[in-house]
Design a protein around this ligand. Structure first.
Ligand SMILES: *Cc1c(COP(=O)(O)O)cnc(C)c1O
Length: 371
């Protein structure tokens, strides 16, 4: 597995003109409306559950997801790890997809904090079916650790923003519940899935026992994620949030931006998805780049650049010289993420930049051959 971090930028943007930043949707900046709401936010001490703005955000999130309760968190990682802690006991296993965020990009916290080991499945396009899970389940034995939880991801980040079809997801959940096992959904970008499918997010995620989603990505808030589930689970979750250092006092300042992200962010995602398809169609025209635009469902696309003869770090370095930022997510895989701070026009410029790199790269090879 390639070890480059997918979310934090491997390169920083120090450009005179604002860069076309396609590294991640985490780079979105709060809107003037969010900043105004932050300025005016009513606050209190959230460790005492006395921050009215956080309480409002948690109530709205619970409503939208059709749950009893929600918990506001500084990050999605904390939400996923609290969920794993809530559902498992030390010495158990968690089944997840091989490229999943909970396994690869959360600092081995499932082992560190919950004392569980991941048991991975590899699923085409990151779409985990009941068939994948069934063969990996382990019940009580004197040899192998027991399965404690299945943690799924929708959309699947490292599989290219892919959507798990609702019927597939529901079948996994129903079978696991029948086996007495819980399901957690890493829904960092679950609003992207819901918007692309045209299904209410609460309906799409109804069968998961807990759902984490991020306000700080495509929805545009500066900070924050939520975990939703039963009142009992969220009540216990508050204890783990405090233990992890996530008791945030007057964080209504953040929740104020989060409320705007939650109410208004989802409808803007359609444009990000259209821009991602536009980008994919443009990149598919570049001979050395391999990408199937038909597989681009949401705001993430991952291109195979092996045809360029460049490594992903060489290519992302060439791109950054042309003011376009994108991260390598494998030795010859580059990921592009569209979001509300990248326009259609800037996507066209990114296509041009890649086209020109590939063209000059080909000339270089011809010159070498001429000798
Ligand atoms: C971003 C992300 C998270 C959470 O990330 P934080 O940076 O901790 O907020 C979790 N899962 C997936 C799939 C993600 O893309």
């Amino acid at each position: 597995m390639y070890s480059s971090a997918p979310e934090p930028g491997v390169q920083s943007s120090k450009h005179a003109i604002p860069a076309i930043d396609l590294r991640s949707d985490t780079v979105t900046k709060p809107s003037p409306e969010m900043r105004r709401a932050m300025f005016e936010a009513e606050v209190g001490d959230d460790v005492y559950a006395e921050d009215p703005t956080i309480n409002r955000l948690e109530k709205r999130a619970a409503e939208i997801f059709g749950r009893e309760a929600a918990l506001f968190l500084p990050s999605g990682t904390m939400g996923n790890q609290i969920a794993i802690k809530l559902h498992t006991h030390h010495g158990q296993e968690v089944i997840c997809e091989e490229r999943g965020h909970v396994f690869n990009y959360e600092m081995a916290m499932m082992a560190h904090f919950s004392g569980v080991v991941p048991r991975t499945v590899w699923a085409e396009d990151g779409i985990v079916t009941w068939e994948h899970v069934k063969s990996k389940l382990r019940t009580k034995s004197y040899h192998a650790a027991k399965t404690g939880l299945v943690s799924l991801e929708n959309t699947h980040n490292m599989a290219g923003g892919t959507i798990t079809p609702p019927a597939v997801f529901n079948e996994v959940c129903d079978n696991l519940h029948a086996a007495g096992l819980p399901v957690h959904l890493d829904g960092a970008r679950v609003f992207n899935a819901a918007v692309a499918l045209g299904v209410p997010v609460g309906q799409l995620t109804a069968k998961a026992d807990t759902v984490m989603f991020c306000l700080s990505k495509g929805l545009g808030a500066p900070v924050g994620s939520l975990l939703v589930g039963s009142a009992e689970l969220m009540d216990r979750g508050r204890i783990y949030r405090k233990a992890l250092g996530g008791g945030m006092r007057q964080a209504g300042i953040l929740a104020a931006a989060g409320l705007i992200a939650l109410e208004q962010g989802p409808r803007k995602l359609t444009e990000d998805h259209a821009n991602a398809r536009f980008l994919a169609q443009g990149l598919a025209q570049v001979p050395a780049i391999k990408i199937d635009p038909a597989k681009v469902q949401t705001n993430i696309l991952i291109c195979d650049i092996s045809g360029t003869g460049l490594s992903s770090s060489e290519l992302s370095c060439e791109l950054s010289r042309r003011n376009v930022l994108a991260n390598g997510v494998g030795p010859q895989l580059i990921r592009f993420v569209t979001h509300l701070d990248v326009s259609r026009d800037q996507c066209a410029q990114a296509i041009e930049a890649l086209t020109s790199i590939c063209a000059s790269n080909v000339r270089y090879f011809y010159r070498a051959d001429d000798k």
